[in-house]
Write a new protein. Sequence first.
Length: 322
Amino acid sequence: MSVLVYIESEEGKFKKGALELASYAKGIADAANTELNAITFNAEDFSELGKYGISSVMAVSNEKLKNFNAVTYANAISQAAKNKNSDIVVVSQSANGKYVAPLLAAQLEAGYIPNAIALPESINPFQVKRTVFSNKAFSVTEVTTATKVVGLSKNAYGLKEANTKVTSETFEPALSENESDISVVSVDKAKDKVTIADAEIIVSGGRGLKGPENWEMIEEMADILGAATACSKPVSDMDWRPHSEHVGQTGKPVASNLYIAIGISGAIQHLAGVNAAKTKVVINNDPEAPFFKAADYGIVGDAFEVVPKLNEKLKEFKEKNA
């Protein structure tokens, strides 16, 4: 019996979400009174993982695995789980994690608990609290299979330092030449910009901004706050903003600490994608906008009057507290 956690890296580095997952896996291992192992792909420095409880790393170094492939990664993680006799496998609910987890569960004949938000309420029977119905409710789900796969929701557990000495071993999974029919031709990444997936703060705009030419004040606020920019579905559909910024049930779900919605009415599909955000601030000139019912703070007013004034105040605050 042991716990295995798949720690994602990007260009060899670990982001906050990976460290949060390490903390969570450590918590599960402690609760189950068992050992914890991690598996990584083409990562460079494991010392940071030790700060959050990882003591043993199975390091996969393979140029063929430079780019993420769900089938290949799931096969490798499955082999690692069997190698370590792991009956609990922990993954993130990142875009990659959501692709890997079902494949991994099928290969291990494991029950899968997605969207976990807390440590198991009990180990035997294995019960975990998770969000359901687009984050509108909670469920304590019990898994009875011998092996379990748990997916941790982003920003649900936090970072817990454990300061553990980490050791690594090279792991070489058996990969066939025809592992998958999918191949990566090229990868284009945004540079010098905070992404929605990694952002602690998101500033989002909707049709209330009336056109793409008015996005400057959104970008200014994002720049002041060190935030990512996002938008509602109609905005991306009209090509005012790139589809990569579309937040919602049919776009990217977010779990930022702060979500600022400007000129977004709050259709149910949009709310489903932002329910996991810790604090929601809404600026809209319609006091009956549905978003106000879901907001923690709301400002009824014209965005073209409110946002520039708010930006000035944020600048002043930032300068005084620099």
